[in-house]
Design a protein around this ligand. Structure first.
Ligand code: TRP
Length: 438
């Protein structure tokens, strides 16, 4: 890869909920930090087509799209320095989804975690395996593949639960490249090791589906209230407390410096009361979030401005997507009927090559012949004692070309004539080779 090409980093957030601290620590904050790296070319988007898979409330999808977009920008993402857009503003994405659908094994999708989990749940409940499973859920990895491959992303920062999807995108890219030529970059998942999964109020992973979240940009009073609901044990003030397994401690750690975390660990050992620990946590989070809160609110209050930002981002993204999609359509054969002077694809050229055919004659010996695509025999071998010998001769002829001829000649009845025929074949092979390289 040319070293002047910046590494392209791409990630999306599904627009089904109000951003919480888990989204912030796990996705928003790391992407904002990465976007400041001038060596990278960031693509950040709102995965609203993905939202349709799990949410059938239009107002909620619309609201969530605004909230996630505002969270990203309020947290420091600069839409002028990255490409920031809404997935559904790029019609090329569903178009590419179809091309990828046609190179993706159904069996591969059967193994996707999200789909499998839904089937397992149905099986456990004694329902039909696919009960309430939409084709959208089944196709989820293909849509995600299109998101990634459309923009030739090198790196895709995601949570661990998404690694499988990136691997599937790689497989789709290789299958497509194998069939139609090198069009796609093979992406890699990036797992931020230092970003621990943030626990929620009840200690399980912070997630909307567990209803255990702390909203990212709620008013300070509400954030304080949510923090006070974090589950702790029942140790009284003065009793030493364990940091391990403490959701409160883990959330604190996600915001604090190493020194601050060490100080909190000492306070645990010294028996800090849970009320005081929660107050410390609130203050630490608020120190980071408060300066962004006003900006967030201003963005939420001006959705027309956000529309504008996102439309500009989509324009930028489509400057790549539109010509690329044109290239891909052409590659698969969705092209002008008059574009006849186009070199055949690698596969087509291969089909047009003369081919070797092996067979056995009544004399018990093994023969081969070289036949052109129209069925004309270009070369006829003498008999070999075993199919293996015949095969080896074919292999030599294929790999060595002219060098193989010297020994081959001695095997044929009429050396002079044979040489003429072989020279003709070599010319044919060479022409085929050249059209392959084109
Ligand atoms: N599926 C991702 C999630 O739920 C969101 C997403 C959609 C995404 N398309 C993507 C992430 C492409 C990275 C790249 O977290």
């Amino acid at each position: 890869m040319n070293s002047t090409i910046r590494t392209r980093v791409l990630t999306g957030i599904t627009t089904t909920g109000t951003p919480h601290l888990g989204n912030y620590v796990g996705a928003i904050r790391p992407t904002v930090q990465a976007s400041r790296n001038t060596q990278t070319d960031g693509f950040y988007f709102l995965a609203d087509y993905h939202a349709l898979i799990k949410c059938d409330e239009p107002a909620r999808i619309q609201r969530s799209t605004l909230e996630i977009a505002a969270s990203w920008i309020a947290s420091g993402l600069d839409p002028d320095k990255v490409t920031f857009y809404r997935q559904s503003d790029i019609p090329e994405i569903p178009e590419l989804t179809w091309l990828l659908t046609c190179v993706t094994g159904k069996g591969v999708l059967n193994r996707a975690h999200a789909y499998k989990a839904a089937v397992d749940k149905n099986n456990t409940a004694g329902h039909d395996p696919d009960s309430d499973v939409t084709a959208g859920l089944f196709m989820y990895p293909v849509l995600m593949g299109a998101d990634i491959l459309m923009f030739k992303a090198h790196k895709v920062p995601v949570g661990r639960d998404q690694i499988q999807h990136i691997e599937m995108a790689r497989d789709m890219a290789s299958s497509f490249n194998h069939l139609y030529g090198e069009h796609f970059v093979l992406p890699e998942a990036v797992i931020e090791e230092s970003v621990a999964l943030l626990p929620g109020l009840d200690g399980r992973k912070m997630s909307k589906s567990y209803d255990n979240t702390i909203a990212l940009f709620a008013p300070a009073a509400q954030m304080r209230k949510q923090i006070s609901a974090i589950v702790t044990d029942s140790k009284a003030p003065g009793e030493p407390k364990a940091t391990e397994g403490s959701a409160l401690f883990q959330i604190y750690q996600a915001f604090a410096s190493t020194e601050e975390t060490a100080a909190m660990a000492r306070a645990y050992g010294d028996g800090i009361g849970w009320g005081d620990a929660k107050q410390m946590l609130f203050e630490r989070i608020d120190r980071e979030i408060a300066p962004m809160r006003e900006h967030y609110q201003a963005l939420i209050d001006n959705p027309a401005q956000m529309d504008k930002i996102l439309r500009a981002g989509a324009d930028k993204a489509r400057q790549l997507a539109t010509p690329f999609m044109r290239e891909l359509r052409h590659a698969v054969g969705l092209r002008a009927l008059s574009s006849g002077n186009i070199a055949p694809s690698a596969k087509e050229a291969r089909i047009a090559l003369p081919s070797f055919k092996q067979y056995r004659e009544k004399d018990g010996l093994f023969y081969f012949k070289l036949v052109d695509p129209k069925g004309q025999v270009l070369l006829q071998s003498l008999g070999f004692a075993s199919p293996k010998e015949a095969g080896q001769t074919i292999a030599r002829l294929q790999s060595e070309g002219p060098a193989a001829l010297a020994s081959l000649r001695t095997m044929l009845e009429n050396p002079k004539e044979t040489l003429e025929v072989l020279n003709e074949i070599l010319g044919l092979l060479k022409a085929a080779q050249e059209s392959l390289e084109k």
